[in-house]
Design a protein around this ligand. Structure first.
Ligand code: ZN
Length: 300
């Protein structure tokens, strides 16, 4: 257990939520800073953290990505290629490390949430859980045996290739890199592109509900085949659409064609941490520091 105050940063594409917490999960203060340019947003976050006392035992950053998390790389802690203006190759971790001279843990917001949900939320007391967020994009993080699954950097589970729903032919998909990957077929922008409204705003008998549930159930079948997680946690704005979780559960068994281990009602679940998931994700990343592949923590 780590003593002392921990600086927490949820670095999102539209806003940074910055907070001060501790290992007991108390968030003592928090603020919101608009995400503009790195040279404005990051110093504003550092200034606010200094105003809260500034003496931190660790800094945890759960950031939008993609991120370079290879600790041997000179660009460790930088955002890499992003379509967000001004932020390609932005150094996110470095300014905090220089300002506070304490260990900095950084990972994606998705991996932070995956870890926090496993530690304290819907994946608690399991040996493995998969967290998928379906919103403006699709992201996934997996915890197996207490560690985030990593290669040279974080997985990009939203970009797996997908089979086509028979009633969804002719749609090119909205992923700027792949077209009709999972994200290109099931994230919010793909729903708007096909049907002109979000899933929540479509009538309950609209075929869009069945198509999106079908894609997510088939993605789950793929992730199950690779990871066999004990829990599959589905979050993000699209998942707030009424009835979607139930449709995915009922499609999942068929999509896995005999290989679904367990009962979908118990395994496919919503997140449990609510509004604090971002900051708790940043906190979780600092608490697993020292596990070489778990959080990408680095002492500067
Ligand atoms: Zn893609």
């Amino acid at each position: 257990m780590m003593d002392g105050k921990i600086a927490l940063i949820e670095a999102g594409g539209t806003k940074f939520i910055v907070g001060v917490g501790d290992a007991s999960r108390q968030i003592q203060a928090r603020t919101r800073i608009d995400t503009t340019r790195p040279e404005e947003t990051i110093p504003a976050a550092i200034d606010w953290l200094r105003q809260q006392g500034g003496d931190y035992a660790a800094v945890g950053i759960a950031s939008f990505g993609p991120l370079d998390l290879d600790r041997a790389s000179p660009q460790w802690g930088h955002i890499t290629r992003t379509t967000k203006p001004h932020w390609s190759m932005a150094d996110v971790a470095g300014p905090f490390a220089r300002a506070f001279t304490c260990p900095v843990a950084i990972n994606t917001d998705v991996n932070g949430a995956a870890l926090a949900e496993w530690m304290w939320g819907a994946g608690q007391a399991t040996n493995s859980s998969l967290y998928l967020t379906v919103g403006t994009g699709v992201g996934g993080g997996a915890v197996v045996g207490g560690q985030l699954v990593h290669g040279v950097t974080h997985p990009e589970m939203g970009h797996i290739r997908m089979p086509r729903h028979p009633a969804d032919t002719g749609f090119e998909g909205t992923c700027p890199f792949h077209g009709d990957c999972l994200e290109g077929l099931a994230a919010g922008p793909s729903i708007i592109a096909r049907w002109g409204a979000s899933l929540s705003d479509l009538p309950s008998d609209h075929i869009g509900h069945r198509i999106i549930a079908w894609y997510l159930a088939h993605a789950i079948a793929t992730f199950q085949a690779i990871l066999e997680p004990a829990r599959i946690i589905l979050g993000g704005g699209v998942m707030e659409s009424p009835g979607l979780l139930a449709r995915i559960r009922s499609e999942a068994v068929e999509a896995a064609a005999g290989y679904f281990a367990g009962r979908p009602q118990e395994m496919i679940v919503p997140p449990a941490l609510g509004d604090s998931a971002g900051l708790l994700g940043a906190l979780a990343l600092t608490l697993v520091e020292g596990h070489p592949h778990s959080a990408g923590a680095k002492r500067q």
